[in-house]
Design a protein around this ligand. Structure first.
Ligand code: ADP
Length: 474
């Protein structure tokens, strides 16, 4: 592709040059000759009519002598560089400015026919074979008493006209050459502005196609090509980033699967080879069971994330009572709360509050937030779940007074597999996927989720939901 584009442009350039030359050599050449011929014919016709109306008609009316007219015609002959004839309608030569007067030697133009010009006032040719070369001959009739007495014919050499036409044509050729050279600038511009950037882009796409997504290139122009290059480069960097993310994701998943598997294997082997005595089996089997729980949780979270990513915005939206969902979720966590003596305080607006969204997914959001709040709360503390109505939005807040989140971690907690150092000791089962699932769900609803947290004081997660369009209090 690369070579042909440049070749095509050069070829077009050469074709432009050749066509230019052909046009000048044919059309321009014949147009110039035609124009000069007409101009000359016009000038000579004016002279011929003048002569016909003055000297020639005087001669026919015997108002002047042949000698006197001859000397006038000789002067005009030199001035016009042309031969002037006065001839009878029969073709008999009365006067020839190129010859001496000779009455004895009568010259008659054979087959002279004044209609030769066929409606025009001039003709080109050898004029009834009287010349050896091509001549431009102009006619003007000499009339007296409404009768044609004779003709004034002026002959100019076509060679002279051709010579001036050629010198004009030379100017055209020089102009054409200058234009051709100047248009080289277009070729240079094309190379600089289109061809070189395009070659860079093609090279880059080849590299990307070969899998080298980190290949860097730059096109420093602010036109469409520059924009194309920048978009391509951005696309490649995004693909590279998502590839890196994918690698990191797989590494994290493998790591999170491997550690429980290693510990399960370790305990089971120890039980089989007797390192762990049978009386302790119960204790270690419970640990193994916990580890399998963790694996199940991890698998479920991965499946949920995958579904969210592939289904994108596919939400099963309905109008539902968020208060009821909050109450149900709080109830399911009662058991875990009792273990740590944690109380859940519900501060809900109204008996029921209808919102629009995917109920199951919102329930999962609430569960994730409440589960985290319980995990990271101290014993004997209170967790508050509050709803607030603002305009057409409902804000749900889950607030604990637990360990809090360090300032530097606040942005990272939404990333997949992120677990803060602080939380590791408290929560061994955590996968680090809960909040990224939560964020995906809220974002796919077109809503927002935020966190306010102070290390050692507590955390508050707040998310928004759209109020149902039909508010029926049931
Ligand atoms: P996990 O399933 O491990 O809890 P999450 O994505 O839900 O993963 O949370 C990521 C991290 O965010 C947690 O490991 C913890 O460090 C921090 N975090 C989340 N919620 C709270 C909270 N209520 N209090 C303190 N830290 C929290």
């Amino acid at each position: 592709m690369r070579k042909t584009l440049y070749l095509k442009f050069v070829l077009a350039y050469i074709i432009f040059g050749v066509f230019g030359f052909i046009v000048v050599a044919t059309f321009v050449s014949s147009m110039t000759t035609e124009h000069l011929k007409r101009e000359k014919a016009d000038a000579l016709y004016k002279e011929a009519t003048l002569i016909a109306n003055t000297y020639a008609s005087d001669l026919y009316n015997n108002a002047t002598t042949l000698d006197a007219v001859k000397s006038q015609m000789d002067a005009l002959d030199t001035y016009l560089s042309a031969t002037i004839w006065i001839i009878n309608p029969s073709g008999r030569m009365i006067l020839d400015s190129s010859q001496e007067l000779n009455i004895e030697n009568e010259v008659v133009i054979k087959e002279f026919d004044p209609t030769i010009a066929a409606g025009s006032y001039y003709t080109v040719g050898t004029f009834f074979d009287t010349f050896d070369e091509e001549m431009l001959s102009v006619f003007a009739p000499i009339t007296s008493d409404f009768k044609v007495k004779g003709y004034v014919v002026i002959h100019a050499s076509m060679k002279d006209i051709q010579d001036s036409s050629n010198s004009l044509l030379n100017i055209s050729y020089i102009t054409l050459c200058i234009l051709f050279l100047l248009s080289l600038i277009i070729l240079i511009f094309f190379t600089e502005i289109v061809y070189i950037p395009l070659r860079k882009i093609t090279e880059a796409t080849e590299q990307y196609a070969a899998g080298n997504m980190h290949y860097e290139f730059s096109v420093e122009s602010e036109d469409e090509i520059g924009y194309l290059a920048a978009s391509l480069s951005y696309m490649a960097s995004e693909i590279a980033r998502s590839e890196d993310n994918q690698k990191k994701f797989v590494a994290n998943v493998s790591h999170d699967f491997r550690s429980p598997l290693t510990s399960i294997r370790g305990y089971l082997e120890a039980m089989l080879d007797g390192t762990i005595p049978p009386e302790n089996h119960d204790k270690y089997l419970t640990i193994v069971l916990n580890e399998t729980d963790r694996l199940t949780k991890l698998t479920n979270s991965l499946l949920t994330l995958n579904n969210l990513n592939t289904k994108g915005m596919l939400l099963n939206r309905t109008d539902f009572d968020i208060n009821r969902v909050i109450r149900n979720t709080a109830a399911t966590c009662e058991g875990t709360c009792r273990q740590k003596n944690i109380a859940i305080e519900l501060i809900l607006t109204g008996d029921s509050m209808h919102v629009n969204g995917d109920m199951e997914k919102i329930q999962q959001v609430l569960y994730n937030l409440l589960d985290n709040a319980i995990k990271f709360s101290h014993h004997n503390s209170v967790i508050k779940i509050e709803t607030t109505e603002k305009g057409n939005k409902i804000f749900v807040s889950v607030k604990d007074s637990g360990i809090g989140i360090p300032k530097d971690d606040l942005k990272l907690i939404w990333d997949r597999f992120y677990k803060s150092d602080l939380s590791r000791g408290k929560d061994k089962k955590g996968t680090g996927l809960g909040l990224s699932i939560t964020k995906e769900i809220i974002h796919s609803h077109g809503e927002h989720i935020n966190v306010i947290s102070t290390e050692g004081v507590g955390s508050e997660f707040i998310f928004s939901l759209a109020k149902s369009a039909f508010e029926d209090e049931d």
